[in-house]
Design a binder for this molecule. Structure first.
Ligand code: S3P
Length: 426
């Protein structure tokens, strides 16, 4: 059990390690390309490490020198048959995106994961990949381990995304990179678009609907990647700075991809005034510095269209909501049930445990802001990094602090969480 004490105001600046989603993609593209690529400021989290180790197990030489990752890409269909089963660890992005790569190799492979990942739905990626002709099967038709055997020839497909998931979209796009013909994906709800942006894929927007095309012409080439800081990790510091009087924080070089900034949009609607400076685009990805100051916030109705681009930030947003005036409600967020933990259940269990009366629904939860909290409550992490950090944030805000069962899992996305906080807190 870990005890977390109340924090005083946050002041100063931090530079965050690379965005997890963008880092996964940079590693995958670099390993697929022919020749040497470099990646600066790669995520230091265990999830991206799972992707790196998976490519190492398939003969890719990957070296790290401080901030610089060098990847000797093996080229089109040139990964080496692994001698071991491929371990995706806790990482849904690794398992799902790699499915799109592995079904196009000329060898068999097996992908497995930890206890949490083994409970997450995988048929959402195997179904469209099978439609392309992939030979891929799952345990109980739904879960990892995933078994892949080489298919004679895959064909391009035209696919309408059934779940608002960038992981599913990316698995299909990655597989489409191996085909001569054009694979087309339509999405009704905008999900994070790093795969399209980083590969420079043509995207046609028709109102809410987007049509993305991919073919072998866009197969990645060796290049230099510079990864912006992780905005999903930044959200925890932003929440603390907003809620602790006297705080002023600069977060340098953070991803500002518009499909990832819904959290900033919501806090702005709640009354915050985040300032963005030094914005620039590198590798197709916008980034810049965020200056954030303490503000008095009021809960708002969160627009449903923002939910897919807010999904990873819901835990910390709910903590922000619990310390703001007004009614907080998250609905249309059923996907939260199939993340690293059932995040609806995890949030509601912990909120109730500290005395915040909360209503739970299949697709979300709601409560009144500013309810009294019991002294030094005990929280459960559910072995989920974002739940552990969200309730660390709440504990930092409470006069008597709080307790949490496991902070180990924070290493999945941001092993620097507590060190960085040390640097900026009095
Ligand atoms: C991710 C997409 C999201 C997100 C996850 C990372 C990605 O998942 O929750 O943390 O890198 O594509 P879904 O695509 O399943 O919504």
């Amino acid at each position: 059990m870990h005890t977390i004490q109340q924090l005083s105001r946050l002041r100063g600046e931090i530079t965050l390690k690379g965005d997890k989603s963008i880092s996964h993609r940079a590693v995958i593209f670099a390993a697929m390309a022919q020749g040497v690529s470099t990646i600066r400021n790669c995520s230091g989290g265990a999830d991206v490490r799972s992707t790196i180790d998976m490519f190492r197990a398939m003969g890719t030489t990957i070296t790290q020198d401080n901030d610089l990752l060098t990847i000797a890409g093996r080229g089109y269909k040139k990964l080496r048959a692994p001698e071991v089963y491929l371990n995706a660890g806790n990482s849904g992005t690794t398992a799902r995106l790699m499915a799109g790569v592995l079904v196009n190799q000329e060898f068999s492979s097996v992908v497995y994961g930890d206890l949490s990942l083994s409970k997450r739905p995988m048929e959402r990626v195997t179904n469209p990949l099978r439609e392309m002709g992939a030979m891929i099967s799952l345990t109980d038709e739904k879960y990892l381990p995933m078994y892949i055997t080489p298919a004679k020839a895959l064909s391009p497909i035209s696919h309408l995304l059934q779940v608002a998931s960038a992981q599913v979209k990316s698995a299909i796009l990655l597989s489409g990179l191996f085909q001569d013909g054009v694979t087309t994906i339509k999405e009704h709800e905008q999900t994070r678009n790093h795969t399209e942006k980083m590969l420079g894929l043509p995207v046609v927007e028709k109102g809410e609907r987007r049509i993305i095309k991919v073919s072998k012409d866009y197969y990645p080439v060796a290049q230099e990647y510079i990864i912006p800081g992780d905005i999903s990790s930044a959200a925890f510091y932003i929440a603390l700075a907003l809620l602790i009087p006297g705080s002023e924080l600069t977060l340098r070089n953070v991803s500002l991809n518009p499909t990832r900034t819904a959290f900033l949009q919501v806090v702005e609607l709640m009354g915050a005034k985040p300032e963005i400076v030094n914005a620039q685009e590198i590798n197709g990805e916008l980034r810049g510095d965020i200056i954030i100051r303490h503000a008095v916030l009021k809960n708002i109705e969160i627009p449903a269209v923002l939910i897919p681009n807010l999904i990873d930030e819901v835990p910390v947003l709910a903590i922000l909501g619990s310390r703001s005036e007004g009614h907080f409600s998250i609905r249309h967020a059923k996907e939260l049930r199939v993340k690293e933990s059932d995040r609806i259940n995890a949030m509601v269990t912990n909120l109730r445990a500290c005395g915040i009366s909360t209503e739970m629904y299949e697709d979300g939860f709601e409560f009144e802001g500013m309810q009294d909290v019991i002294p030094c409550p005990t929280f459960q992490s559910f072995d989920d990094h974002r739940i552990a950090m969200a309730f660390s944030v709440l504990s930092f805000l409470l006069k008597d602090g709080g307790k949490i069962d496991n902070l180990e899992c924070i290493k999945i996305s941001n092993p620097d969480f507590f060190n960085d906080l040390n640097k900026i807190s009095g």
